[in-house]
Ligand binder design. Structure first.
Ligand code: PRX
Length: 650
């Protein structure tokens, strides 16, 4: 990440889509894009109504948008069933026998489900959930590896109007328990394990610990790894004993457009993750529309989004978006370097993947592993590449273009968030000339801008806050159980606008350059974490008096977690304690939150009002030389001097 965005701007490298690509694309030129953008801007309701009408509605809405900031209702009075738009309507056509899901497990086992088969499995799962007592409005937690049952479970929940809360399999029992409690989930769907780097992830064991003292009545367990797991009588049931015997016929009921489709927990600036709530009609419209435009999907495509369904990217671009478009999606269970560093390239060649969507942190890992790995495989099926989750540094962008796309495939760098539900800023692959490191322009219908705190627009290349000035269908509706926090977090910072929490600038061409978070959220290997969350985990350890957590730039992960810890009186601050604390965080949240570095300090630098001086800690953690100091916190004197100089500045 050595090259600065500025140097790229100066170089102004730009790659136009090839004529051949543009000819067949949904949006073929910038003129067409501009025209769509203008139309959407002048008549957002008309524009979105047209998009939404491409889904399967059983009752047309009476009003397209009801907007009383911060509350949006889209397609008011309309009724639909998300699983019908994703399945039934395709099953009624030639797509019935088209592959919906191509799946490969980490050990190399494979499964293919056609739309017809996926529909049957979803209907069976829906009937099984009903038999287990799940009713419309009941929350279902899903804690599964990347196996077809994950998508089946989500769609079955959607089918019966039971909102799902998918929890990433890398989260710990503790984190799963917190999410189950917050959502008051009635059922959790899990498996006996999942394969990751040749080992079994003990999902069921985590569930057993997580559900103690919660509202969970039933645990449904998919047999994936055939390992021994304890089944609790009266609570635990096998998926194959309940789903496989259920009827494959299920008449889907339609739900109100604003019926909750799911909540998904993500990190904010406090220690408590937020349940981001999305509703049916608006979310599905956004997922459908962006998949179609950004990935330019055609019936013959094989679309592989490498995200886990535990993240919003997996929701929108493994399940809802591609299936609503009748596309073929590929799903892979395991690690990118199992058994070797070329597993992904092997999968692309083997299945003939045409559109590939992954994260910069993965691209940087591939770069590090070496060009020989992709070179070993035939990647000529690829026609489009995507990036998501964090800013992509220009070096990684160029490597992706050259080594994976062979200078032939456009790259779509897509900016969005759990809260936005679907892609907001991205090139359109047949139209937008791309610049390495820029997510380019907002999609038609998305009123994104860069502004100052008072809402005035930033000048070209001037940094500011990334905001969205008009409502869009797939925007979050609330933070589950905390509408006030929703209002304050997203609509309380810049008057009249949705505040994303990211800093950005727009260049003279109106291209967006997203610079990263401006709050206490950090992005570690594309995983979003709150510094407070990690701090809470640290101070919950009996040997810790106080802790402060910051992110420092990391070549591979984007950011790495550095924790400054003051141990309790009489506790030895040594490597053994650091190890214990790293493990403690891992067990409290998950391995993704394990601090890279723990630094001990007698005391943490604070302002007179008692606030921890994070900016100073960030400088110390990143070993910034700007102040002529490469200090460690053990040297309290240096820290104090630095703190004084910061205090004078503030
Ligand atoms: O900081 C931005 C970064 O990821 C955050 C959203 O994280 P999450 O809700 O977990 O969703 C990730 C997948 C959509 C944003 O606030 N981010 C996401 N995509 C990009 C990005 N930063 C720069 N460029 C991107 N393309």
């Amino acid at each position: 990440m050595s090259q600065s965005i500025e140097s790229v701007l100066t170089e102004n490298r730009s790659f136009a889509p090839s004529e051949e690509f543009a000819r067949a694309a949904q949006v073929k030129s910038m003129a067409q894009y501009e025209e769509m953008y203008r139309r959407a801007d002048e008549d957002p309701e008309g524009y979105w109504a047209e998009v939404a009408s491409e889904l399967a509605w059983t009752k047309k809405w009476s009003k397209t948008l009801d907007w009383k900031l911060p509350d949006a209702k889209w397609f008011v009075g309309g009724q639909l069933n998300a699983s019908v738009s994703c399945l039934d309507r395709h099953v009624a056509t030639w797509r019935k026998n088209k592959a919906a899901l191509l799946w490969e497990g980490e050990p190399g086992d494979t499964r293919v489900l056609t739309y017809g088969q996926l529909h049957r499995e979803v209907c069976k799962a829906a009937n099984a959930l009903i038999a287990l007592g799940v009713k419309k409005g009941d929350f279902v937690a899903i804690y599964l590896p990347m196996i077809p049952e994950a998508a089946i479970a989500m769609l079955a929940c959607a089918r019966i109007g039971a909102p799902h809360t998918v929890v990433f399999g890398g989260f710990s029992a503790e984190a799963l328990g917190d999410r189950i409690k917050d959502a008051k989930a009635k059922i959790v769907i899990t498996s006996d394990g999942g394969w990751r780097r040749g080992a079994i992830v003990p999902l069921k064991e985590n569930v057993d610990r997580a559900v103690e003292g919660t509202s969970i009545e039933k645990v449904v367990v998919v047999k994936r790894c055939a390992n021994d797991v304890a089944m609790k009588d009266g609570r635990d049931v096998w998926w194959h004993d309940t789903v496989d015997v259920a009827s494959p016929r299920h008449e889907a009921e339609s739900f109100d457009s604003e019926h909750t489709l799911f909540t998904l927990y993500t990190s904010g600036t406090t220690g408590k993750p937020k349940g981001i709530l999305h509703t049916t009609g608006g979310y599905l419209t956004g997922a459908y529309y962006t998949t179609k435009l950004v990935f330019d999907l055609r019936d013959e495509d094989i679309f592989w989004c490498t995200a886990d369904i535990g993240w919003v990217t997996g929701h929108s671009y493994v399940v809802y978006g591609p299936l609503a478009n009748g596309a073929t999606v590929l799903m892979y269970e395991g690690a990118p370097n199992q058994p070797g560093p070329d597993r992904f390239w092997d999968i692309i060649a083997k299945w003939g993947v045409t559109v590939f969507y992954t994260a910069p942190t993965a691209i940087r890992a591939f770069m590090r592993w070496g060009d020989q790995w992709p070179a070993k495989h035939d990647l000529s099926s690829l026609r489009l590449l995507g990036s998501v989750g964090e800013p992509i540094n220009p070096e990684a962008w160029m490597w992706y273009r050259e080594q994976i796309g062979h200078n032939r495939c456009p790259i779509v760098d897509t900016w969005w968030q759990t809260e936005t539900g679907s892609i907001m800023i991205s090139p359109l692959p047949g139209a937008t000339p791309t610049k390495p490191g820029s997510a380019t322009r907002p999609l038609p219908g998305i009123a994104a801008d860069v502004v100052h705190k008072d809402g005035t627009p930033a000048k070209a290349n001037e940094g500011g806050f990334l905001v969205i000035k008009k409502p869009w269908p797939s925007m979050l509706r609330t933070i589950f159980g905390d509408h006030e926090r929703f209002q304050k977090t997203y609509f309380g910072e810049v008057a009249g606008c949705y505040f994303a929490g990211d800093g950005a600038r727009k260049d003279a061409d109106g291209y967006f350059w997203v610079m990263g978070r401006v709050d206490d959220v950090i992005n570690v290997a594309g995983h979003r974490l709150s510094t407070m969350e990690v701090e809470s985990a640290l101070v919950s350890h009996p040997k810790v008096a106080e802790a402060a957590v910051v992110g420092r730039p990391d070549d591979l992960k984007g950011q790495a977690i550095v924790a400054f810890v003051t141990p309790r009186q009489g506790v030895a601050a040594d490597e053994a304690l650091a190890k214990v604390l790293r493990e403690h965080v891992s067990s409290q949240i998950g391995a993704l939150a394990r601090p890279e570095e723990i630094r001990f300090a007698e005391a943490l630098p604070k302002t007179r009002s008692g606030k921890i001086m994070r900016r100073l800690l960030r400088e110390v953690a990143s070993g910034s030389k700007s102040r002529g100091d490469t200090t460690t916190l053990e040297d309290q004197g240096v820290l104090e001097r630095l703190a004084q100089s910061f205090a004078q500045e503030e």
